[in-house]
Design a protein around this ligand. Structure first.
Ligand code: PEP
Ligand code: MN
Length: 371
């Protein structure tokens, strides 16, 4: 899929979500279960002083009916009391117009759009319309499945409705492949989104990526190493009793320990030795890439000749045995040099695809000149 650019008119993140840690951190329980649970969790987080925004779902999207579906407007009252007492601003998920209106009524500081809503342009458009004329910040989680355009589209809909305080949240994707993650992190999508609009803040939600607390640290660290702009982490005063997402929530104490362990690396440095060495290594990369491009052009030229040769002799483009032999020998050669099997396989598949495309066009060229 060709990647289109995302043109958004944005207010910088630092103007609406100042950092209280090394990057802005959003934390709080999956769901608002009781006033006491909200207050107790928020008091502990406020005391630690690292959290920029308190999160709690008041309408919970559940796969099957009958599970805990949130406390709605009542929970917004608890969150208002929490904010009055602790000074912590709060964010809730909104999934329809009614949610959006109620969230605005309680002056919710930031709204977030859940993964199950981002997939639906009708719902996103309706919520965006309901927010017109306000300047409430909105964070858009990635859609459940890996459709980058859908994620971009949702951000555009809010921006066109006048929402300029916008961010995205990478919470992992349902890929249909069983992995150790609840939702597989596809970092390339978060990077592609950021590359299509450099000013767009992209958060990472390691809680929903992992689905279990023991993996959260490594995913959060990876997000920071990829220079994501902030984190959203589920924190519950007593995760074992949580009414939703019990396995992935951290206690306030574990949350603080996690933040202490995470390393936030610099994006650049004034250290001239480091820069010199990096630059000389980059020159080597530039030269290697140049060789690769030259070799690819040469390979394509030979492919064209092969296509013409097959055409002249009435031979099919696809030669299954040859393709299987290429795949097997290249993967083996790569492995003997310590290259990842996956890398070489994907590269061969890409080359084979473009080779077939090239030979097809050679066949068609000859066919049209025959007529
Ligand atoms: C949540 O944040 O609790 C939630 C339901 O998230 P997601 O939309 O990422 O599943
Ligand atoms: Mn949750």
């Amino acid at each position: 899929m060709t990647q289109s650019q995302l043109q958004l008119d944005l207010v910088p993140l630092s103007e609406w979500l100042p950092s209280k840690w090394k990057k802005p951190v959003i934390a709080g329980p999956c769901g608002a279960e009781s006033e006491d649970q909200i207050l107790d969790t928020a008091r502990q987080l406020a005391k630690q002083g690292h959290v920029s925004l308190f999160r709690a779902g008041v309408w919970k999207p559940r796969t099957r009916p009958g599970a805990f579906e949130g406390n709605g407007e009542t929970a917004l009252k608890w969150l208002t009391a929490m904010r009055n007492e602790t000074g912590l601003p709060f964010t809730v998920e909104v999934a329809n117009t009614e949610h959006a209106e109620l969230a605005l009524k309680y002056k919710t500081d930031v709204l977030w759009i859940g993964a199950r809503t981002t997939v639906n342009p009708f719902s996103v458009q309706e919520i965006a319309e309901a927010l017109k004329g306000t300047d409430v910040p909105v964070l858009v989680k990635n859609p459940v499945h890996a459709d980058l355009q859908l994620w971009m589209g949702a951000l555009e809909r809010f921006n066109r409705a006048g929402i300029r305080k916008l961010g995205a949240i990478h919470r992992g994707f349902h890929t249909g492949v069983k992995t150790q993650y609840r939702n597989q992190p596809l970092w390339e999508n978060a990077i592609a989104l950021k590359s299509s609009c450099k000013e767009l803040p992209v958060f990472c939600d390691p809680s929903h990526i992992c689905g279990r607390r023991d993996m959260i640290a490594s995913v959060a660290q990876k997000a920071l190493d990829l220079n994501m702009d902030g984190l959203m982490i589920e924190v519950h005063r007593d995760p074992a009793t949580a009414l939703s997402d019990a396995a992935q929530q951290l206690t306030p104490r574990l949350f603080e320990e996690l933040l202490m362990k995470l390393v936030v690396r610099d994006q650049s440095t004034n250290d001239s030795d480091f820069s010199e060495q990096l630059n000389s290594l980059r020159q080597v990369i530039d030269a290697i890439d140049d060789e690769i491009i030259q070799a690819l052009a040469h390979r394509m030229e030979v492919i064209r000749k092969i296509g013409a040769h097959k055409r002249e002799h009435g031979i099919t483009i696809l030669q299954l045995d040859r393709w299987l032999e290429i795949l097997q020998t290249r993967v083996a050669a790569g492995e003997s040099l310590g290259l990842d099997k996956e890398l070489v396989t994907e590269l061969c598949q890409l080359l084979h695809k473009s080779s077939i495309r090239k030979q097809t066009s050679v066949m068609n060229e000859n066919r049209s000149s025959d007529q």
